[in-house]
Design a protein around this ligand. Structure first.
Ligand SMILES: *Cc1c(COP(=O)(O)O)cnc(C)c1O
Length: 230
């Protein structure tokens, strides 16, 4: 896919985000995170040229390769996939925000790396809002307790929540999962002060408009920009 095509798709997605934001009467902003996984480093360059400042990868290995090719400071790097505990040291210097903080043990591993390096880890806690067995993250029942423990760990900055909607064409089910996540963020913020941010990372190519209507501040879209992954 050439960069003119990518630029046209970026403009179209931004327009759709904007319309969803207006429908919801929102005055806060929504950040487009372009998910470049499986695509070459040129995909990062193409979205950057189209005005996108944030890029998402789901594997540390691929993140490392892309950062080496296009530069650490070129865009904001988001780690959106499951992070193994033995990769925390490698991942930390490569990304700006981890969306997929999905267990207390991972938070502990990140915290000790952060302390060792004298840095702060910016992270979103992943919640399994749909209750699907295949989805990672904290169960809603365990979320307040989990976030409460994570924020006590040195070096950890919890800036909000992330979720993935169930794979279904039923818009009501998808919307309910996003709405539940927004309610959970309110509950966490009430019970676990002080949170370092109020981000909601929700919405992928097939459901980002619903997510924006339900309060998403970070949408993670890949295939709508670059085509289906092979
Ligand atoms: C791949 C991926 C996305 C983007 O998916 P698309 O359907 O291509 O938009 C978003 N979030 C996560 C966690 C992913 O792994």
């Amino acid at each position: 896919m050439d960069s003119a095509q990518v630029a046209a798709r970026v403009a179209e997605v931004k327009e759709r985000i904007e319309r969803a934001r207006e429908r919801a009467g929102r005055s806060d902003s929504v950040t487009l995170v372009a998910v470049t996984k499986t695509h070459p480093a040129d995909a990062v360059r193409a979205v950057k040229a189209a005005g996108v400042e944030d890029v998402g990868e789901n594997r540390v290995q691929e993140l490392e390769e892309k950062v080496a090719e296009v530069g650490r400071e070129t865009v904001g790097w988001h780690l959106i996939g499951h992070l193994q505990r033995n990769k925390t040291g490698k991942a930390l210097p490569l990304c700006d925000l981890i969306h997929s903080l999905d267990s207390l043990r991972l938070a502990e591993a990140l915290s000790s790396e952060a302390v060792k390096r004298g840095v702060q880890v910016r992270a979103l806690v992943q919640v399994n809002a749909s209750g699907e067995g295949t989805k990672g993250g904290f169960e809603p029942d365990a979320l307040v307790d989990g976030v409460g423990r994570i924020v006590e760990l040195p070096g950890m900055r919890v800036e909000g929540l992330m979720t993935m909607a169930p794979f279904t064409g039923d818009e009501r089910v998808v919307r309910a999962a996003f709405r539940r996540t927004r309610e959970l963020l309110d509950e966490v913020a009430r019970q676990v002060p002080p949170l370092a941010g109020r981000h909601l990372s929700m919405g992928m190519s097939n459901d980002f408009e619903i997510a924006v209507e339900e309060g998403s501040t970070l949408v993670r879209v890949g295939s709508v920009l670059f085509g289906e992954r092979g």
